[in-house]
Design a protein around this ligand. Sequence first.
Ligand code: SAM
Length: 279
Amino acid sequence: MTISDAEFRQLREFIHAHTGIALSEHKKALVCSRLSKRLRHHGLPRYSDYYVLLVENDPEGMELMAMINAITTNKTDFFREPHHFRFLAEQVFPAYKQNPHRERPLRMWSAAASTGEEAYSLAMTAREAMPSFNEQDIRILATDIDTDVLSRAASGIYTRAQASQIPEALLRRYFLKGQDGHAGEVMAKPLLKSLVHFHWLNLLEDPWPMQEKFDVIFCRNVLIYFDKPTQQKLFQRLAGVLRKDGYLMLGHSEAMHGWDNIFKPAGYSIYQCRGKKIT
Ligand SMILES: C[S@@+](CC[C@H](N)C(=O)[O-])C[C@H]1O[C@@H](n2cnc3c(N)ncnc32)[C@H](O)[C@@H]1O
């Protein structure tokens, strides 16, 4: 199946409008291959037919969801970019634990959670630093636009290979080994799962439904898929849901420029919210 320039442009605009994902010309082959299974699923010969299906014959948004699930890139790992977790373990959590005026619970958000490795890594790091804290004390919201990855995340089940970045002691403490039909897999223990709440959320949605502010936000390796105006808007909105002195972690290639009045750099791809009112 091939995609014409006109078909690519149509779909590219549609995807951008619904997800914020900006696809340059050289992503044509990628779009073509990721969406080809949707065309086959519906028995459609051309990408223009698929576009018509999305725009005119998808009142419930079911195909939109399937299209989003097919188009997103979900690469992630446990303790990916480990300096963020070290920073939390060595600086943020000890200070939080000792602060008599701390707001409770400690609230964290994994804003593009994919299959959940980032959120569970956050949960393990927090529990290791504050072993007496339970789900009343630590709340981790983990959201993504892709419903497939979210259901895998909520299951808490990973192959041994996927879990290979979890230190052995943590693996023993926080995961069960699969048996019989699940040999070769591990599953997050109920304690770990109780700290993390998975929900569907499109970062473009405005306003976000969260009522309370966060101490820590991980918004990593998702802004790279967005264009500059979308990124700038998100920086501002993320500042709006961070507590004063809260931290925002970005992916290693997502540096923030021009927001010095709202965020101050606190480490490599770590930004601390100054807590100024945003206008
Ligand atoms: C590469 S993964 C990053 C996972 C994790 N944060 C990490 O750094 O390992 C990017 C995730 O962003 C999600 N995503 C893309 N556009 C989104 C949007 N508009 N709203 C919410 N999530 C989105 C994708 O579904 C995907 O799971």
